[in-house]
Design a protein around this ligand. Structure first.
Ligand code: NAP
Ligand code: MG
Length: 485
């Protein structure tokens, strides 16, 4: 490792790509229905691509309404004939087994997650896959203790649940959805996002190899039409959705007037607040982690930064210095900080917002890193001197783009932070505990991190306010959405 002569900040790291030899990707995947991979009735397949190289990884089945129907029949039969009757402690053993096998196959799952979705291997290896396993471990523990979790309320399972997930944390979102549903005695039909189906299909293999009774978990792939058919299916007793606010609104309308239960985890535009008494160096790491982590493809990303006026210059200087050291490139390289943007449409959306910021006359800063010639990549970006009315301050970009404002008083920052239709998360950095408690009661956000950012734990509930949705995932609260009581 030697410093590059051109810059005092950049170090030249030797390439350290993770090997892909141990990864087995089939050329074509069917739908996982009733414990088996089956060819789709639609007879249609679509390609899934590596966004860092544009290379096609596999063909994936596109489920039509007839395929969706088969998946729900399988889930319904499995619920009535097997899962509903199984003693909870036996259900727990299956969930525990899935967790163990995810741990055993963690390396393979991490590489697949990075190849199919573009996230740095460090993220998938150290965060996504271990946290997915932890969710299964955690909910395995609850399966036979529901009467203690909700005393005197006689919790009952709902039946078949439909689960639809986005592309930003493919395996982790599948775990967030499937683990509590199984622990509460429900059976599942799950659809991953079209650009990141592979890790969910690998999870289907794991579920099959764990001998989970056929039909308890069905994993089907496809586009929006597949999702629509799931949401309106008469056998779906509950819909659990994570994704964009627009689709969330559509689903809420589509299920209105039915007795389907619904939980929605939608978009966000989190406020990240730095007071002048904060530990500045740690706060800068928190900011970087909050917005550049996972290319900003995080619903709770700290995409609006509020700096107390007297430390703003120092924070911005240190943030720019830190950005110069961020390595953007090959997701499979262990040194990479920022991987590939998940898909072409998302890169176009981010670039559209960069243009809007410039057209609105904002000052932009980007690190001078060189982007790879092929694939979908974006430089980490700051917009300075932003106003509340600027579109990049109001709208969710879902990329490594940070809008910065300053403030003087605590009342001012609370008002600015809450001035958004979203309410998923927020972060605050200060030395004063009293200030933290004051803010947590005033910020309209489901999660508020203090002196840290983007920390997740299966035992802790997560979810939104306002247009960020409703319902909680994780912790004891995460069981409630899957129970009738
Ligand atoms: P999306 O369009 O909301 O998709 C999420 C999931 O819903 C995908 O599995 C999608 O399938 C499916 N879907 C799409 N239209 C549907 C419909 N009418 N009925 C039922 N299911 C439907 O989100 P996206 O395309 O992945 O990303 C678009 C934007 O959503 C992002 O730019 C970002 O702003 C936001 N987003 C938020 C989160 C979050 O965690 N809050 C995560 C990802 C994205 P297909 O993938 O096949 O379309
Ligand atoms: Mg892909």
């Amino acid at each position: 490792m030697k410093p590059k002569p051109t810059s005092e900040f950049i170090w030249d790291y030797a390439p350290a790509p993770e090997s892909t030899d141990h990864v087995k990707i089939e050329s074509r995947y069917g739908l996982f229905i009733n414990g088996k991979f089956v060819a789709p009735k639609s007879k249609k397949y679509f390609g899934t691509y590596n966004p860092a190289t544009d290379e096609k990884l596999a063909d994936i089945a596109e489920a039509n309404a007839a395929d969706v129907d088969l998946a729900f029949s399988a889930a319904h039969n499995a619920y009535e004939k097997v899962w509903k009757k199984m003693p909870p402690k036996e259900r727990a053993k299956y969930i525990f087994r899935i967790a163990r096998v995810i741990q055993e196959r963690a390396r393979e799952l991490s590489v697949i997650e990075s190849m199919d979705g573009g996230k740095p291997i460090r993220e998938s290896r150290d965060f996504d896959i271990p946290t997915a396993a932890n969710h299964f471990f955690y909910y395995a523990g609850w399966a036979d203790k529901l009467d203690y979790a909700f005393p005197n309320r006689k919790p009952k399972s709902l039946g078949v649940v439909a689960q639809i997930i986005p592309w930003n944390f493919p395996l982790l979102m599948a775990a967030w959805k499937i683990a509590p549903a199984l622990a509460t005695g429900n059976t599942v039909v799950l659809k991953p996002a079209e650009s990141t189906s592979l890790s969910a299909l690998k999870l289907a293999e794991i579920i099959r190899d764990c001998d989970l009774p056929p039909g308890v978990v069905n994993i089907i792939t496809g586009f929006a039409d597949t999702g629509k058919a799931m949401v309106t299916h008469p056998q779906a007793n509950k819909i659990a959705f994570t994704g964009s606010t627009d689709v969330g609104k559509y689903i809420q309308k589509a299920t209105a007037g039915t007795n389907k239960k619904l939980t929605l985890e939608l978009g966000g535009k989190a406020a990240h607040i730095i007071f002048d008494d904060a530990p500045i160096n740690q706060a800068v790491e928190g900011i970087v982690n909050g917005i550049f982590f996972n290319q900003g493809h995080v619903c709770c990303a700290g995409s609006r930064l509020f700096l107390q006026e007297n430390v703003a210059d120092e924070v911005i200087r240190k943030l720019k210095d830190r950005m110069k050291t961020l390595i953007v490139g090959d997701p499979l390289d262990k040194n990479t900080d920022i991987g590939a943007i998940n898909n072409k449409q998302q890169l176009e959306k981010i670039n559209k917002y960069l243009k809007i910021g410039l057209e609105e006359g904002l000052e932009i800063y980007q690190s001078d890193c060189v982007l790879p010639k092929k694939g979908c990549f974006c430089k980490p970006t700051l917009f300075l001197n932003v106003a509340q009315s600027n579109r990049i301050m109001q709208e969710e970009i879902f990329g490594p783009v940070l809008a910065i404002q300053t403030f003087r008083t605590i009342e001012e920052v609370i008002e600015k932070a809450n001035n958004t239709p979203y309410g998923l998360s927020a972060g605050v950095w200060t030395d004063k505990g009293a200030k933290i408690f004051h803010l947590t009661s005033k910020l309209k956000a489901g999660v508020v991190w203090a002196n840290t950012y983007n920390k997740f734990d299966p035992t802790s509930p997560f979810g939104g306010y306002k247009e960020s949705g409703f319902g909680r995932e994780g912790g004891l609260h995460g069981l409630m959405g899957y129970l009738d009581m």
